[in-house]
Design a protein around this ligand. Structure first.
Ligand code: FMN
Length: 207
């Protein structure tokens, strides 16, 4: 049921194992019929220490970490600009006996070319929405938003929708992974991978 352990001494191999495990679980969750396998809760911290969490979609998993996209003027963006530490959580209800993955790390903005490349793959109406939404700001009424959408549609009529400067990607560079595999009678299996002073280690935790 659990994934095989790597030699404790090999820090790079442990990190690779954690990334590979996440990638495999995402594939498995998709195959197990999860309607939104890449949905993850993202927790961020405000300047006053208040914590917020919301769902975002994982849009890329590379050797360097997890990529997601958002509005750079949103509440989460302000929090990430103040505290780059963040935590994400996945929960796949239809996978095995349920699986949870927790990841923590530092978040930074992706480069403009990475954001441009992803933006170009989005459906046109999502591109329009990225321009029209002042994400996290107060909206007086729905008509105001509809009018902004219509105005943006007119502005880009017949031409490609370019990426708004206030919209782009983030990269979460993990320093902690925890894989939680559900088991009968709450005798779950928890595997933690953690990077301390640049060295990855792996241990089990009581459930
Ligand atoms: C399934 C799902 C997927 C979402 N994906 C994203 C996403 O990829 N990026 C994003 O900015 N918001 C996404 N949202 C909306 C966020 O949950 C949130 O409402 C929005 O980003 C504003 O958050 P903030 O005010 O804390 O910045 C998603 C919501 C749901 C329910």
């Amino acid at each position: 049921m659990t994934d095989a352990a790597a030699p404790q001494s090999n820090s790079a191999a442990l990190y690779q194992q954690a990334i590979d495990t996440l990638r495999r679980l995402l594939d498995e969750a998709r195959a197990a019929g999860d309607p939104e396998p890449t949905a993850m809760s993202l927790a961020t911290v405000a300047a006053n220490g208040r914590v917020s969490s919301r769902i975002v979609l994982l849009k890329g998993l590379g050797e360097d970490g997890l990529r997601f996209f958002s509005n750079y003027e949103s509440a989460k963006a302000g929090q990430l600009a103040t505290h780059e530490q963040a935590a994400v959580g996945f929960h796949w209800k239809t996978l095995r006996d349920q699986v949870q993955v927790r990841i923590e790390g530092q978040v930074g903005k992706l480069g403009a070319s990475d954001s441009d490349a992803y933006f170009a793959t989005r459906p046109r109406m999502s591109q329009i929405g990225a321009w029209a939404s002042l994400q996290s700001q107060e909206l007086p009424n729905r008509e105001t938003f509809d009018a902004r959408v219509a105005e943006i549609e007119r502005r880009f009529e017949g031409i490609e929708v370019t990426r708004p400067p206030h919209w782009g990607g983030y990269l979460l560079r993990p320093d902690l992974f925890e894989f939680w595999y559900g088991a009968n009678f709450r005798l779950h299996d928890r595997q933690r991978y953690e990077c301390r002073i640049g060295v990855w280690s792996q241990r089990l935790l009581y459930p």
